[in-house]
Design a protein around this ligand. Sequence first.
Ligand code: ASP
Ligand code: MG
Length: 294
Amino acid sequence: MALIVQKFGGTSVGDVEKIKRAAQRIVKTKKQGHQVIVVVSAMGKETDRLVSLASEINPKPSERELDMLLSTGEQVSIALLAMAIHSLGYEAKSFTGHQVRIITDSSFTKARILRVDADRIKDELNDEQIVIVAGFQGIDERHEITTLGRGGSDITALALAAALDADVCEIYTDVDGVYTTDPNIVAEARKINRISYDEMLELASLGAKVLQIRSVEFAKKYGITIHVRSSFHEQEGTWVLKEDAGMEEVVVRGVAYNRDESKITIKGVPDRPGLAAMIFTAVAKNNIVVDMII
Ligand code: ASP
Ligand code: MG
């Protein structure tokens, strides 16, 4: 018996059919004799819808109220998923971040998880329940609702996997895994079977969107194996794990790109100490973020 965390992203629970399909997937894992914790995102583009609703009401909405609003998206999907599992004849209970005490700091809209109270979840698992937790949300010390930043359900899944010492954290998504580069642009792009935490961090920071970068840092810190895989078929996806000997032989694992980068060349800069500092101080004073220096 293993303890498995399964995270379903927005596209994997985008409509009724997809929620039912996710439920079947979860039940199948439970049937194999494993304990299952499920983390879900809001349905499809729900979070985007809520964000634009807020900005129609107030162009600069309060961040506390934004979190109050955005956290509702996940509350809808956890309840529907629990109902879908019930109709397959299995037990499941849904929980908000508040209920399983995912404690964060107080930075609304970009909170960081401080700790998770694993006891409540353990009790439910021992009671044969499939535990479904709302992704992307927590509470601070004063019980204010917080959210973890866009794409934050990945972090919820990894945090729960760490707190409960799960055997694997499966990230279900609408692609087959992590690719050597963007298959929409390069036809020869291939799925990567195994990738190390550091290589994944590198790809994620360069714009590969399959995994939220903070969640990869989390996995690395706690040594949690991640399996990024498709929610539409059973084939294995990409394993993200600690580097092993075979992995070191690869020189280039993948290529990521960014379309929003400007390159500015300053010519004729004399090689004198203090000049770089002078240039970058001026740049920083104007709030310009420098990504790469060549
Ligand atoms: N629903 C949230 C978002 O769209 C969190 C997530 O999907 O991971 O950013
Ligand atoms: Mg995501």
